[in-house]
Design a protein around this ligand. Structure first.
Ligand code: SF4
Length: 228
């Protein structure tokens, strides 16, 4: 017998996935789970945004986390590396931690988001035919071409609705969601140490004064370990 359909909204909390969620609710679309993978490194304004979303939509957000926190993975996790690895050459064979993530070394996405999400979905797939709603905007075609986004179980409503990134931001603002001004300050409002911003930007940004978030102590720890 065919498994029943189960619709999961992948919510990062940013403008695109928020616009997707609000649009789906407005259109009366089936939503069985709103899934947020918490890296533990979001801005406080993002956590406040999620709470506001829950309160105003009346929908619960399912929050999942990886087994190990970011800090452990970055500094302390045992990592197997070849002798020709630049880390081994510079810091020696027993060097722990994955270090600062980079565009070609996005261990953070894999370990803090993809792996816990897959684990969660794997359980659901035992019972359901899972449909995942992904917030890729209409002007992000290049993302749709990536292998991982060609999954037949993925749906991209923003593309169907022809909503660009800017449309999504304005749509959220129009619904009263402004992330306490985060989008006016940062190009990306995800983890403070996102490799999609430059390391220099992360190390020199005004975050400590503008957003006194506890994660900043990690920047100092990073400096001590990797920038000595
Ligand atoms: S640091 Fe950036 S790439 Fe890594 S998990 Fe956070 S948002 Fe994703």
């Amino acid at each position: 017998m065919d498994k029943p359909e189960y619709c999961v909204v992948a919510l990062s909390g940013g403008k695109d996935s928020t616009a997707m969620l609000l649009g789906m609710i407005e259109r009366g679309m089936q939503i069985d789970c709103i899934l947020f993978c918490d890296t533990g490194l979001e801005f406080p304004a993002m956590y406040a945004h999620l709470e506001k979303l829950e309160k105003e939509t009346g929908r619960e957000i399912t929050r999942i986390k990886a087994e190990h926190p970011y800090e452990y993975l970055m500094f302390d996790a045992p990592v197997r590396r070849g002798n020709d690895s630049p880390i081994v050459r510079r810091y020696g064979a027993g060097s722990l931690g994955y270090g600062w993530p980079g565009p070609r070394q996005r261990w953070c996405t894999t370990r803090l988001k993809d792996m816990p999400r897959e684990k969660f979905l794997r359980e659901l797939r035992k019972q359901y035919r899972v449909k995942e709603y992904i917030g890729i905007a209409a002007d992000e075609q290049y993302r749709l071409e990536r292998e991982r986004n060609k999954n037949p179980g993925h749906v991209h409503p923003l593309v169907d609705w022809n909503m660009t990134e800017e449309d999504c931001l304005q749509y959220c603002y129009g619904h009263g969601y402004d992330w306490n001004g985060l989008y006016g300050q940062f190009r990306r409002v995800s983890c403070w140490c996102c490799p999609l911003q430059s390391l220099q930007e992360a190390l020199t940004s005004d975050i400590p004064t503008e957003y006194p978030i506890p994660e900043n102590k990690r920047i100092n720890k990073y400096r001590e370990k990797w920038c000595a």
